[in-house]
Design a protein around this ligand. Structure first.
Ligand code: F3S
Length: 650
């Protein structure tokens, strides 16, 4: 039987296990990336493991989430990250140089390689045929030290693209259509492999818009085969020699198939406040828009902003709408500026911003209360924009530009009829991506050779070995789809403490219950209870690290999002799955006790646990590999890795 493209790349990198769905496999990692929110912990853990140098072909540290310098904390963190990159041999991308995924795809992403990144949108270069997976920081630390990355072999689903996108429909509409059909849980446990004749009609950047937002489907990753479009893009970024042709075998078998006819697509929009609330733009037309933002790792490339510039050229944006363009990389800004497009956009009323994540995580450009903000981003979770009563819509750059001109949501096809000389801008790549590289420091140009820590950079908290008796209060009961943004909000006033776990922990779950952190510390142990898909969204490991610091010992949920589930193991918190009836029966404040000897049960491979809640007994499941059980028993991955190193005499 032939192989899928995913199987071919995994096979090339396989160090342990067999490529059978559900089996745990260990794969070699060629490249790692980390950003500034997750990076400080990555390097502190790397230091704690006593390693000298990164072992992967490429390690890259980006500064994109917290680039604004409100006081010394972000600057201290960036100085620490530069010093860590220099000390251990990683590339360092300075604050302002751009969003990790954009800079990585321009400089390092390559077909056939594996990439592990401590950011949930790491799958972006799947559009170039790289097998790229988002993970917790500690997983990245360990991979950077040369160890394999372990993952349960996902199902491989063929997403067969047919036809060709009509005018005004874009790559963003392809992934919004997928979200409309599959929901934010539809990709869980799956790798989405794009196939079919429609693939070759999409440029590599368009493919990367699709793979970027596969994360919103919950997919492990998404990947495209390579062809002339991939080669063409690599040549334009000056790395044509890294092209390799990668295709699935003709007789490859997939676990499932989804067919999307590109010719049927029309401009779509995700309405507040989930990326899968997708409807045709025409359904919400007429809604007035106070803010439009074009940018982010989904649609912040040169080729995403150029259509906006073309639509705005010689026109004026609406007086009622603030329009912001924030490119994904400084290279894109520089190229657009050299070609005169920045001036054109500014003349049309655009406020041009630095290349950063910024507004995507509520840092800057916070919308006014109870207003509509239209963004080309990938997430619109409630409150993520920096204000609780937000109304964030997600759409393509073309739909965003149409709204900027009209001051209200409008299908760009209708605007074309109203506006003289407005036509669909289409997709255009530059002859050459030729921005200067002054903000990307290679390991051999490193400025520092020792770690520099400011006063806000603390040590990594460690947890003791797993105990045998675990009991405590159900400290918080939550609904379905709780995101890591709910657990640790990513806004600047909170995440500036990312290197100071005791302080950051005070904000744990504060968006759900602002007394939680205090109650958890007082209780000195206890449980979280949640519905389906607990921990979806960003990969930030602080969402497990801070609850661990507060003494949380177990989470009882109906299901867990992949990266967060791994992070719970990595920080020694027991993730137990419960059924709906058990979930319904547990109330906040109930006393919960795991009846089994937890340490023995975890290490012996026991799957069913008896949980006593106010005297009644229920069954909860621990679905974990042998390695995950060992990590949990050791009190987390850092302790486990150190134990392993000691055992091997390293
Ligand atoms: Fe940054 Fe938002 Fe992407 S936080 S990495 S632009 S999802």
């Amino acid at each position: 039987m032939g192989q899928t493209l995913t199987e071919k790349i995994l096979d090339d990198h396989l160090v342990e296990g067999e490529l059978e769905t559900g089996e745990e496999i260990g794969i070699e990692i060629d490249q790692v990336l980390t950003q500034d929110t997750t990076g400080t912990m990555v390097w502190l853990q790397f230091e704690a493991m006593g390693l000298d140098e990164v072992q992967t072909e490429i390690a890259a540290q980006y500064c994109d989430h917290q680039t604004y310098q409100f006081d010394f904390k972000n600057t201290d963190d960036h100085r620490f990250l530069r010093s860590a990159a220099g000390t251990y041999g990683a590339h360092f991308s300075r604050p302002g140089n751009g969003i990790c995924h954009n800079v990585h795809r321009e400089n390092f992403a390559a077909p056939g390689k594996t990439l592990l990144g401590s950011d949930s949108h790491t799958p972006t270069p799947g559009g170039l045929g790289e097998l790229a997976i988002g993970a917790g920081g500690i997983d990245v630390t360990v991979a950077m030290g040369g160890a394999p990355y372990y993952i349960e072999m996902p199902e491989i689903v063929s997403v067969r693209l047919e036809g060709e996108l009509p005018e005004w429909a874009t790559a963003k509409d392809v992934i919004l259509e997928m979200l409309r059909r599959l929901s934010v849980k539809g990709g869980v446990g799956k790798i989405l492999e794009y196939t079919g004749p429609g693939v070759e009609t999409l440029t590599a950047p368009e493919r990367m818009t699709i793979t970027n937002m596969g994360t919103e489907l919950g997919a492990t990753t998404s990947i495209f085969p390579t062809d002339h479009q991939t080669e063409d893009y690599l040549e334009r970024v000056g790395r044509g020699d890294e092209y390799v042709e990668l295709q699935p075998d003709d007789d490859a078998e997939y676990d499932d198939e989804i067919v999307v006819d590109l010719s049927d697509l029309e401009p779509l929009i995700a309405t507040p406040s989930m990326p899968d609330n997708v409807v045709p733009v025409s359904e919400v037309a007429g809604e007035s828009v106070e803010q439009v933002i074009v940018g982010s790792c989904t649609n912040g490339g040169y080729e995403d902003i150029l259509p906006v510039a073309k639509m705005l050229e010689g026109r004026e944006t609406s007086m009622e709408t603030e329009t912001i363009v924030a490119p994904g990389s400084k290279q894109a800004s520089e190229m657009l500026a050299r070609e005169g497009w920045v001036a054109e956009m500014m003349a049309a009323g655009v406020n041009f911003s630095e290349a950063t994540c910024g507004a995507c995580i509520g840092i800057g450009h916070v919308p006014s209360s109870d207003s509509v903000s239209l963004r080309t981003f990938n997430r619109n979770f409630e409150g993520r924009s920096g204000i609780e009563d937000d109304n964030v819509y997600l759409c393509s750059p073309e739909v965003a530009a149409a709204a900027a001109l009209k001051g209200e949501i409008i299908d760009p096809r209708d605007l074309e009829e109203e506006e003289e000389d407005l036509e669909a801008p289409g997709v255009e790549l530059p002859d050459e991506y030729d921005g200067s590289k002054t903000d990307l420091i290679a390991p051999d140009e490193a400025v520092d050779d020792e770690l520099i820590k400011g006063p806000n950079i603390g040590d990594v908290p460690l947890k003791d070995q797993l105990g045998s008796d675990i009991s405590g209060e159900a400290l918080l009961k939550m609904e379905d789809n709780i995101t890591t943004d709910h657990i640790i909000p990513a806004t600047q006033d909170i995440l500036m403490y990312r290197s100071n776990v005791p302080k950051l922990s005070e904000f744990t779950l504060s968006r759900v219950d602002d007394t939680f952190a205090e109650r958890a510390l007082e209780a000195d142990g206890g449980f979280l209870v949640a519905g389906e898909n607990y921990g979806q969204g960003s990969s930030r490991e602080h969402a497990a690290l801070c609850p661990m610091y507060l003494g949380i010992e177990g989470v009882l949920a109906q299901s867990f999002a992949r990266i967060h589930r791994a992070n719970l193991f990595n920080f020694g918190i027991v993730p137990l799955t419960i059924d709906e009836d058990t979930y319904e029966d547990i109330d906040q404040g109930d006393e919960i006790e795991i009846v089994d000897n937890v340490y023995d049960a975890v290490t012996s491979g026991q799957e069913e646990f008896t949980v006593r809640v106010n005297g009644d007994e229920y069954t909860a499941t621990l679905d974990a590999s042998e390695r995950e059980r060992a990590i949990l028993a050791a009190g987390g991955k850092l302790s486990w890795t150190k134990d392993q190193a000691e055992d091997s005499g390293a």
